[in-house]
Each structure stands twice: as structure tokens, then as C-alpha cells.
Design a protein around this ligand. Sequence first.
Ligand code: NAD
Length: 499
Amino acid sequence: MSKVLGVPQESVAQFLSGTKQMLINGEWVPSLSGKTYDSINPANGDVIAIIYEGDEADVDQAVRAARVAFNGPWSKTSPAERTKFLNKLADLLEQRVEEFAYLETLDGGNTITLTRYGFVPSAVAHLRYYAGWATKLTGQTIPLTSGGNFHAYTRREPLGVCGQITPWNYPLLGTVWKLAAPLAAGNTVILKPSQQTTLTTLLLGELIMEAGFPAGVVNIVTGSGRKIGEAITSHPDIDKIGFTGSTEVGKGIMRKSADTLKKITLELGGKSPNIIFADADLDKAIQGAFMGMFTNQGQICVAGTRLYVEKSVFQQVTEKLVEMAQKMKVGNPLDPATQMGPLISKEHLQSVKNYIEIAKKEGATVLIGGNVLQEGELAGGNYLEPTILTDLEENCTAVKEEIFGPVLCVMPFEQIEEVIERANETEYGLAAGVWTQNLTTAHKVIDALEAGTVWVNTYLKSDNGLPFGGHKHSGIGVEMGYQGIEAYTKTKSVLISLN
Ligand code: NAD
């Protein structure tokens, strides 16, 4: 294995050798069936690891371990001890940022710049943020409206065992977002990473052991969504499902969770509008629109895929976007100069390509891109050119459906009321962007947009303290901030007679 980033990659090579096991009850174990699956490098199609594939029986073992840990050692830890565990995990992760970044890039094709300076350090910061919350959860004392001699108050208590299911697009950070808040609140956790990007979650499992978490507090089960995911969703002894993934699977999880009345948080898909008014700082807006679309190959739930540009500056904006796409370096994600790596899989590449073909049939003009790249070092990888489409009607498939790849739809508008209506004409409601120097325009649009996050004169910026979640078919509940940890607690009301 080559030396990248000046980091010795031998430790990663060693990690990847042998069949990767699951973490259940503080031990690394094979799947009970002995079945395995391959982990593929999307940059060249190589098998980089073999991983045990679990099923219902493995999930059941993990749930038992998590329940015992919840009723036992974890419920006896003080909030301050939970802070210490999470901070210890953050420290261990911080010491190995480059190793995690390298492995994540190898496994998911996210560029090394993004994993090294973005995803992995953000995971460290997120652990520390919720480490702080463990000691700050409080209830309230309630003055009774009916009076009387009572002492009434509320307590916030952990929910129990949480089944946490994550997608492939930023696997480590996605896992940590599903780990820190529930642990800080006193729950135990079963992590189910995507089959396509399992490795950094398993490496995190090693750090979880090193940090000294009691056995069963964090379990990692690996395998397909259909088997492992459904087993988690329908298991009678799991109290909450924290899910991030597609809207379709999210809806299925909601249906299945109903039988056992689980609490759910669903972070789902998006088709986010990004609106540039003519009075915006155009350089900034174009840069923001470009990055808001093509970061991580467009495989970001909040990607600003529907770009509405005021007609008077439409040509200027599209010309500049095309110029930027032309200059974008698509290539090996381990190369620090690369700006766009491969898509996650051959199937996904084909799905994105199909959307482009459908758009063409529906009358779209391809301003740039649209082709699969296979020459030279890109051979065997899932590379696609950054693609910009225009001449699109609002009901075109590419404008309506989540493509989850590097395909930007650019459309002109004339009136503020018109663009608001078109921006909201979607089943999704995850995020939106507005670029203007006019405060009145900004507030009018903020007020009218149906989205969980609205960015003004910026895009993609997120913060551990700021709640994040989707409206409409983009989700239920939020992560981050106080609300993100509150979602892993339940309220108990206490009424004491003082007579
Ligand atoms: P996906 O829904 O196919 O899979 C997500 C996870 O669910 C995976 O671990 C998968 O194995 C599991 N799963 C699949 N079928 C399941 C089932 N029947 N029961 C239980 N679990 C099941 O999504 P994906 O392709 O991995 O990720 C891309 C999607 O995730 C996009 O729609 C994207 O918008 C969304 N996403 C949303 C957010 C957000 O915060 N809103 C963030 C990242 C990604």
C-alpha cells in the first residue's frame, strides 16, 4: 500500500487484512451464519476488505447485549463519566485523523481533502459537543395551574436501546452523528453502517473498545439493509430508530416501527432549491452554488440541485458555472488535488447516468458534462463528469427526483413570488439557499420556503449547535443542538403531595 499524506498506511493495511468482524457485547465476533460480503473501492473496483454479513440472529445478540448494558453498567455511570468516555473517544479519533481519512477515502471515494479536513475533524468536534451535553440535561419544576400543595417536576430519562442506521455518503461522520447524542443521554446503541461503506465505523469500534466503554454499550452489526436494517426496525426490544437514508426506506422504517411503537428520527432525502437574485454578490453566489452542488460528487442530501437564477443574470451565472465545471479536477480521491472523486458504486453511476439520459429525452440541454470517465487512471472507477442541465420544465424528472450525483439543474426566474412557488413545488423540504443583498427579499424568502434549513449568502455550512432536519418528505425530527439530544430522552412527570 502506498504512502499517502505522509502517513504510514501499514496500520490501514493491517486493519483491512482478515475478515472484518462485528462488535457485539464488547467482543469482535464473526456473523453466526459465517456469511461475508466484499467492500469495494469505488475508485478502481478493487475488493479492499471482506466483512462478515449478519442477519436477524446477530441483531438479536446485539440487542440483548445492549439491553443488559443499558440496565446494568451504563445506567450506573454518572453524566460526568459519560462526558469522559465521549471525550476520550474524541481524543483517540483526533490522534488518528489521517488514518481514518485515508480509509474513508479508500472505502467511499470521498476526496481526501474532504475526509481529512472536513468529515473526520467534524466527527471529533461532534463527539466533544455532545460530551458536554451529558452533564447538562435537566427537567423543570412546574407550578401547577390547579394550585394545591404539591411539588411537581419533570425528569429527562434515556430511552433505552437505540438502533442507528446510516447511509454511505459520509460514513464516519454519519455514524458519529448517530452515536454521540444517544450515548450522552445514557442510551445504549446498535450501529448499522451501510454495506457500501462499513470500514470506518468498524475502525471506530476499535477506538470505542480502547476508550473503555463497558461491553454492550456500543454494538456494530454489519450487513444488508434488507436483513440487518429490517431486523433492527422490527426488533421488539429496541426503543428508538435513528435513521439517515432515502425517503423510500425511511417510510418503510416508519411503517415497521409502528408495530412496536418505536420512537423514530428520520433524516431523509432532498431536492434543495438554491436561489440567486440579480442583486447578490455574484462571485460569492456562483462559488456557493457550485460547491453546494458538486461537493462530495453531489452525494450530499442537502446539495443545491435546483438552481434558480434571476433572468437578468442567468447567462452570466451559467457561463461561469460551466467554466468552473470545465476546470474541476475529477480523479483519484486520494490525490489532494482532486476535487471530485468517483460515485459510490457502478449501480449508482448507472442510475445517475440514466437521469441525464431521461433529462435529454425530456428536452433538457446539457451545458457541460454528462459522460462517464474511464480513461487512464480512472479505468475501473465510477467517475462521471460534473454535469449542468438547463432548458428544464418544473415537471422534468431531473428537477423532481433526487439524483444524488453531480447533476445540477439551472433554471431562470423573473419574479420573487414565482420562484418561491417553484422552489416549494417538491415533496422534499430538507434545505434551501438564497443569495441576495436585500434584507427584505431574504426575509420574504426565508419565511416562505418549506425547508428545515435555509442558508442566506452561504451554503452547506452546518454546526453542532444548530438543529438540522427535514420538513415534508425529508424527515421527522432533528439532529444537532439541544433538540438533537432531547430526541434521545423521554419525559417523566413527577407529582409529590406535600400534605
Ligand atoms: P438507503 O436508504 O438506501 O440506505 C440507508 C441505510 O439504510 C443503509 O444502512 C441501508 O443498508 C439501510 N437500509 C436499506 N434498506 C433498509 C430497510 N428496508 N430497513 C432498514 N434499513 C435499510 O440510502 P443510501 O443510498 O445509503 O443513502 C443515500 C440517501 O440518504 C439519499 O436519499 C440521501 O438524501 C439520504 N441522506 C440523508 C441525509 C439527511 O441528513 N437528511 C444525510 C445523508 C444522506
